[in-house]
Design a binder for this molecule. Structure first.
Ligand code: PLP
Length: 425
């Protein structure tokens, strides 16, 4: 009988990890209050809960003018449009991220220019970004991926030199800090998702932090069907001009949930950070595991998923084999996103999207050279669920013991790998 749960043995962890999202009576009361008030929706924008959320979220991140909206994809589209970026403009995005980072520029009519990531942290490589700059480049969207932050000093220096707008994709970085400054307050915009897996959630939602009150007013207008808004994204202001917009408002019910989430957030983030430090220590003993480098300027590590890398040769197996076995052991893990050039939906010959059709030369994925992102996505990266970091030291011990157990049984597991891949595909 095998020791490994995936081959019929017993699980390393039988107690489930804590659930996400966390809720209690406060959430029920907050939603009930909004329902009873009759003010459910986001119109007129901003409703009282949305305005309070904007204020509290900007305080939590330590700056900016916050405009809550429907999700963490339109946030980036709106940022680009508010900055006047559109048809045919180039926007640099990293090759390792969720597709939203590239689809948002396309929704604004801009061309995502995909560049490789730094193998030490899997975030956008500023040197690769610099090489990709042309006279048509107008913006850059670094993603603070998983548990790391992109090198914001290098990116802001590039932006200054080439007069680029910086939109930090902070979907994974609520509460994170770079040199003591909150993620999303360093660039011109910070884009946050409040979708249900995110560490601050309303079920569905997003917040755009804007550097200036003027940009926030434009963003508020774009998400409110073009109605003009006061500086900072406040109430309607019909002394200003209308612009083209849509309805991307956040509902008051969602805003009320986010406000309760903000109350809980500091304690949750602190616990995750402490347990991540313990995970670093525990994993550093495992042969073939490479911890991603935490830059010393990344002063607060508040994170979405803990990512580490394996060297498949030294560790004894490919990352998909490890992840499948970990899941069976009761440890939620994932190989992460695909490299951006593997996203078939952007391929001009397969899509009717306006931007890939009009500019196919930017979407020649087969000839794109993105070795670091591809190595991470195809062989190395292991993403551990955040709930592992909310279960005390035992939560971490169980995960690390499962990794060691799987490694010890690598020969048996590799023999079964092809069959398992077919079964779990
Ligand atoms: C890196 C990244 N950017 C953007 C998004 C988009 O956020 P949303 O789903 O709220 O649109 C997500 C996740 O969903 C993400 O992981």
């Amino acid at each position: 009988m095998s020791e490994l749960a995936i081959l019929g043995g017993s699980k390393s962890r039988t107690d489930p990890y804590p659930q996400w999202p966390v809720w209690d009576q406060r959430d029920i009361d907050a939603v009930t209050e909004v329902i009873k008030s009759g003010r459910w929706g986001g119109y007129p924008y901003p409703g009282p809960k949305t305005a309070e959320l904007a204020k509290k979220f900007a305080e939590m991140q330590g700056g900016g003018y916050a405009v809550p909206m429907a999700n963490g994809t339109v946030t980036m589209e709106v940022a680009l449009r508010a900055a006047g970026i559109g048809w045919g403009d180039e926007v640099i995005v990293p090759a390792y991220t969720f597709q939203a980072t590239a689809s948002a520029p396309m929704a604004a009519g801009a061309i995502p220019v995909i560049v490789d990531v730094d193998p030490n942290n899997y975030c956008l490589d500023p040197k690769a970004a610099e090489k990709a700059i042309t006279p048509k480049t107008k913006a850059i969207i670094p993603v603070h991926l998983g548990s790391n932050m992109a090198d914001m000093d290098a990116i802001m220096a590039l932006a200054e030199k080439h007069d680029l707008i910086v939109i930090e994709d902070c979907a994974h970085a609520h509460g994170a800090k770079w040199n003591g400054r909150g993620a999303g307050t360093i660039g011109h915009f910070g884009s946050f998702s409040l979708q249900s897996s995110k560490t601050l959630t309303t079920g569905e939602g997003g917040i755009l932090l804007c550097r200036t009150p003027e940009l926030a007013a434009k963003a508020a207008s774009i998400i409110d069907c073009g109605r003009p808004h006061a500086l900072g994204g406040g109430a309607e202001d019909y002394t200003q001009e209308f612009q083209v917009g849509g309805n991307f408002r956040l509902s008051e019910i969602a805003a009320a949930l986010a406000l309760v989430g903000i109350e809980r957030f500091p304690a949750q983030a602190k616990e995750r950070e402490a347990m991540a430090a313990y995970m670093d220590e525990s994993l550093s003993e495992v042969k073939g595991v490479r911890l991603l480098t935490r830059d010393e300027r990344h002063t607060t590590r508040s994170f979405y998923r803990y990512i580490f890398a394996i060297d498949p040769q030294e560790f004894g197996m490919e990352h998909d084999v490890l992840v499948g076995a970990l899941d069976a052991e009761g440890i939620e893990a994932w190989t992460g996103y695909e490299a951006m050039n593997n996203y078939t939906l952007f391929q001009p010959q397969k899509s009717k999207l306006a931007v890939p059709k009009a500019f196919p030369e930017y979407f020649d994925f087969e000839n794109m050279n993105l070795p670091e992102a591809q190595r991470a996505c195809e062989h190395e990266a292991v993403w551990l669920d955040e709930n592992i970091f909310r279960a005390g030291p035992k939560g971490v011990d169980d995960a690390v013991n499962a990794i060691k157990k799987i490694q010890k049984n690598s020969v048996e597991l590799n023999e079964a790998a092809e069959e398992l891949r077919k079964k779990y595909k």
